[in-house]
Structure formats: C-alpha cells, structure tokens
Ligand binder design. Sequence first.
Ligand code: ALA
Length: 383
Amino acid sequence: MIYLDNAATTWPKPHSVIDAVVKTMEEVGANPGRGGHHMAIEAGRIIYETRDLLAKLFNIKNPSRIVLTKNATEALNIGIQGLLKPGDHVITSSMEHNSVSRPLKHLADSGIEVSKVACNKQGELILENLVKAIRPNTKLIVITHASNVTGTLMPITEVGSIAREHGVYFMVDASQTAGVFPIDVEAMNIDLLAFPGHKSLLGPQGTGGLFIRENIVLKPLLTGGTGGQSELERQPETMPDAFESGTLNTPGFAGLGAGIRFILEEGIDKIREHEARLANILLEGLREIPGITIYGPNDLRKQAAVISINIAGIEAAEFGFVLDNTYGIVARAGLHCAPDAHRVLDTLSAGGTLRFSIGYFNTEDEVKQVIQAVQEIATEISK
Ligand code: ALA
C-alpha cells in the first residue's frame, strides 16, 4: 500500500508519537488542570510541555496565548466567529477550504461584509488585488498558507506586512504547512494562527490549536468548565482557559508533543526538502504522460508537496478508485472540502481532481510506482 493522502492527515506517525499516546493512557490517565493530585499534575505537565513546544516551533513568546483545540477547523472558528461583529469587513482568498469559507458565509448572513480576492489559475494570490480590497471597516484578512487542493503557497509574509500597515488583523490557516514550512508569528506579523496537530505536525487526530496575539479580544465559541477560577459565574478571561472549556485530549496532545520533538530533531528544512524532492519527481513523471492535466503552480518553489491532476476520459472519483483497488495507492479524489478552489481551477462541475499529497515517510520508489500506475491507467483509457 502506498499512502499519498497526507494533506488529509499524515500517516504513518513516528513510533515516538504512538508511544507517548499509549504511555499517557497507561500511566497518567487523569484530567489536566482538574484537581491537585499527582496524576492531574502530571497530565497538566504534558499539556504544558506540548504548548511550550508549539511556542518554540512558531516563535510564540508566551505559550499561554496558544489555545489547544480538536482540529484546525475549531481553531479557525474560534478566531473568525470570535473576532468579527456586524458592520466589520473581512478579506479572504478564492482558494480557501470550507473551514474558512463556511464560517465566513455564516457570518455574511448576519451583517458581516466578506470579500474574496480572486486568485489566478494556479491558485496564486495577487497582492495588488488584496490591497485594493481593503476598506476603512476591514478588520481581518484570513488566508490559507498553502492550498489543500494544489499546494499553492500564499505570500503570507507580504500579506502580514500589508495587514500590519493597514491596521488589520491577520489570520493564517496553516493546515498544510505547520510542521513542514517555517512559520514565525513575529516575523510574519501573524495575529491568529490556526493549525491542525494531525497533519505535518505528526500528532494524532483530534488535536490542533490557535495562537491569539496579546490584546486581541475574542468572544468565546464555547463556555464551560476550565478547571481553574470555578467560582466565577462567567467564562474566565485568562488565557488559555478562556477558550479551552471541557477536558482536553491529553493522550492526543502527548502524541502531538512527541510529533513536534520529532520535527525539531529531524529539522524542518530536511523534512521540506525530502517532500519537495519527491513531489518534483512525481511532477516530472506526470508531465510526460499524455492526457494528464496538472493543476496549480507545477513548481515546487511555489507549492507544498500537494499535486492535483485529472486524466481526460475518467472522473476523478473513478481514477481514485482504480488507484486504490488495482494498485493499492491511496489518494483523495473529489472536491477536498474546497469548492472555491475548484471553481478557480474550473474543476467543480467535473467532480474535482485526484490529489496526491506527499509526507515525510514516503519514498522515491513509491513515487515511481505511482507514476507507472498513472501511466498504465492513462494508456488504458486512451485505447
Ligand atoms: N482538509 C483535509 C484535506 O484536504 C481534510 O483532505
């Protein structure tokens, strides 16, 4: 079996991640921040360490500004729904995942103005158009760091400078980049950073987080028990409790901590180089096959290791089915929860694309087998 659906969730995970989850369940088991007994303290220490590692990875000065969530979607919703009020204007791109575009659509129904800056055919954001979209009531720019459909990288450093210059908050959806591209919230002027724990950060599913810059006031999405300040009738305003109601996924965050340690030990540049090298081999091989359309930049300097294609004469879903059932190659076909991106690519009505997404544990040999399989399918269809 060849797993090439790392944009959905990475697999396999490092053994240290699995060990950390199991050890936490077997030996710790208690509720972090609830009670003063030694097991609860140990669970709290695990959460503290993971928050600290995340802060180190993203250059976040104060780890308590990181809210732990169940995924990037929850983090995006806490930021987007918590910040915007009727009368505010928000700018996004036309390449976003539904985790950004659906909360915005929902808010547009209650008096929040939304502008989607059109991207070009490769899914690239045109900065000039972004600047033109800024209005006096623009409160937030929210964009993905890299498209989950084409891998197209957005110029987040430049967007961060523009946002800062215009006094607009800047939120980044790092679902496809956290753990594989360097992210520095200070250098990039990122005010809100949403990330999943289970993709390139190599943690288990059910983990994610949100960085919220100091002095940003958000209305909580969820209220409830926080372990501390239980005497208060209302949600505490202290971080991270303000946005962390209910028991956290301690085994999951223990695993996430181990995933980040693995990344720091390997080195993020080495991880990116490996993925880019394999994606390049895949692109080169696919370019040689007649009848294939490759979407996105087609250039690893401008994209993450995510490649969307179609073969003339076969629907993406069927293509994915044949790859899985005949060749044991696992890749995601369809709209990838990002219909806007497929509108840009003009692949919405055709049922989307077939997406290969490479992870750190894929090998050159696997990528060559994928090229061979696609070649055989394309030849069969053309007969
Ligand atoms: N957002 C994930 C993907 O692109 C689930 O597949």
